[in-house]
Ligand binder design. Structure first.
Ligand SMILES: CC(C)(COP(=O)(O)OP(=O)(O)OC[C@H]1O[C@@H](n2cnc3c(N)ncnc32)[C@H](O)[C@@H]1OP(=O)(O)O)[C@@H](O)C(=O)NCCC(=O)NCCS
Length: 148
């Protein structure tokens, strides 16, 4: 697998939001995820697939322009709860409704699979993301403690 660049990459997929299942698509996802995770490699991402990581993406004109990564956390009453770890739209493709398109697809897919709730992580200083999630109808539920 070639080392992915940091540029949005052409993929052999139909346009639209979808779960990414091929190695090529995961490799293209690395380029977008590097904005948040500069040292991320394809091999590392793929290793996490064995731990339940899923990757969704948004394809536009055969280019991958956005990525969402999903992990799960066990809750003893609710069962496996999906978390949106990262939601990233390539900077050149922001403010065009792409974040909303990808987010809605991910949340609808997870609800259709039986998830009662979909949780999202973001840092409290990420005002743009907080504004985005509030606009998506997400509710803030309690503080998270960062324990060192
Ligand atoms: C947060 C993020 C995913 C939003 O993606 P996006 O594609 O810009 O989202 P949208 O286009 O759906 O909405 C963004 C804004 O564009 C506006 N917009 C949507 N379609 C538009 C259009 N056709 N024309 C003009 N504006 C439009 C929306 O109303 C929204 O405005 P607001 O911020 O004033 O509410 C994106 O900014 C991003 O990738 N940020 C960096 C990573 C990050 O922080 N991720 C979240 C934490 S994990």
């Amino acid at each position: 697998m070639p080392t992915p660049s940091n540029q949005p990459t052409r993929v052999r997929l139909e346009d639209g939001p979808q779960e990414l299942l091929s190695k090529d698509a995961w490799s293209a996802a690395v380029a977008i995820l590097r904005e948040f995770h500069p040292n991320l490699t394809f091999d590392y991402l793929q290793q996490q697939q064995g731990r339940g990581l899923r990757v969704f993406g948004l394809v536009q004109d055969r280019i991958l322009v956005g990525v969402a990564t999903i992990t799960t956390q066990l809750h003893l009453s609710e069962g496996e709860r999906p978390w949106i770890e990262d939601l990233l739209i390539d900077p050149a493709h922001r403010n065009q409704g792409n974040g909303e398109r990808l987010f809605r697809h991910v949340v609808d897919s997870l609800h259709n699979e039986g998830a009662q709730r979909v949780l999202v992580r973001t840092r409290e200083e990420n005002r743009r993301a907080i504004k985005f999630y509030l606009r998506m109808g997400c509710e803030l539920s309690g503080p998270a403690f960062n324990c060192k």
